[in-house]
Design a binder for this molecule. Structure first.
Ligand SMILES: *Cc1c(COP(=O)(O)O)cnc(C)c1O
Length: 334
């Protein structure tokens, strides 16, 4: 596949790409609205895969360029981003320090032992669980000082890998979507938005490609516009790296927060319905924190006619299924 925007940029191959674009006919029939395809970014291949692997291809290239021997990053206890960063570090022979902020209220048991955090331990990361009130950025700086103190070179990957360099991974995804959409007639791209790098990369990539596709970002937490502001903060850096001087359509910056529920990582009925329905109709595993909420959004937009039979939707499956094991009783009886 040809990547006109990103092929000149430094990247370490970590992901199985291009990821498949597959139809979901039984789900589309069930909803009775748009045709639905899934972009299988859950199948990027690195230690259960997910969207962060694309970002890490560019971030790790930068880390290696800087001579780093230790990667430090942060996320929630069940962070998919941290899991993929730890895996990338292992594959490249770097040490990893994982700062896990205990930000989701009311969790216990498996939440702290299974799913993503199990993998962090398995892959040899230094695991640091901190209270939500502790300043994670400061904690990472202290770890970086310790690394420098022993003569090492630390590289801090921001939350979600979401900065302009990481977002290039989603410019690459936009390039794949444009190339794969030769006879499908895609009109909308729906995805979950959290730390904003996926959206910033897709928005910048679609704009630089001159693509007419509409971007529908579903926020995974009630943020009062903070996710959108994060997207707006990352996009200019992405356009700079691409050398693209045009504009990103304002609609690409919008984040629909209607399906976010009470908070990050907190279940909603719509999410449980979406995860259960997609599992039973398509044999496809979504996740409780991101893609389940985004799919609940797609369900509602289809049911209310905002996406209809004239439309063809690509749902970007950004991964996260290991998180199912952190919510062991949520789907019983659903
Ligand atoms: C991180 C993540 C997202 C959100 O991507 P951002 O770039 O942080 O907005 C979506 N889905 C899954 C499964 C994730 O792990």
């Amino acid at each position: 596949m040809h990547y006109p925007l990103t092929e000149r940029l430094k990247r370490v191959p970590l992901a199985h790409t291009p990821t498949p674009l597959e139809p979901l006919p039984r789900l589309a029939e069930h909803l009775g609205g748009p045709a639905i395809y899934v972009k299988r970014d859950d199948a990027t291949g690195l230690a259960f895969g997910g969207n962060k692997t694309r970002k890490l291809e560019f971030l790790m290239a930068d880390a290696l360029d800087q001579g780093a021997d230790t990667v430090i990053t942060v996320g929630g206890v069940q962070s998919n981003h941290v899991r993929q960063t730890v895996a990338a570090a292992a594959k490249l022979g770097l040490k990893a320090e994982a700062v896990l902020s205990d930000i989701v209220e009311g969790r216990d048991g498996e939440y702290f032992a299974s799913g993503n955090v199990l993998v962090d331990h398995l892959m040899g990361a230094g695991v640091h669980v901190i209270e939500a009130s502790v300043d994670a950025a400061g904690y990472m700086e202290d770890l970086a000082d310790t690394v420098r103190g022993r003569g090492g070179v630390p590289y801090i990957v921001p939350m979600g890998g979401s900065n302009p360099v990481g977002a290039l991974g989603y410019v690459r995804c936009a390039e794949e979507l444009a190339a794969q959409d030769t006879d499908i007639g895609v009109t909308h791209v729906v995805h979950a938005s959290g730390s904003a790098g996926t959206q910033a990369g897709l928005a910048g990539g679609l704009a630089a490609l001159g693509s007419p596709l509409a971007l529908v970002a579903i926020g995974v937490k009630p943020s009062n516009g903070a996710i959108r502001r994060d997207v707006e903060a990352i996009v200019p850096g992405v356009l700079d790296l691409l050398g693209f001087e045009g504009e990103v359509p304002t609609a690409h910056l919008h984040v629909n927060e209607d399906y976010s529920g009470p908070g990050y990582g907190l279940p909603t009925d719509g999410m449980v319905e979406a995860v259960t329905t997609v599992a039973r109709l398509e044999g496809l595993l979504l996740d409780p924190v991101y893609t389940g909420k985004a799919m609940a959004g797609l369900f509602d937009l289809a049911r209310t006619g905002k996406l209809d039979a004239k439309d063809t939707v690509v749902f970007v499956h950004t991964g996260g299924a290991p998180g199912l094991f952190a919510y062991p009783t949520l789907f019983q009886g659903s």
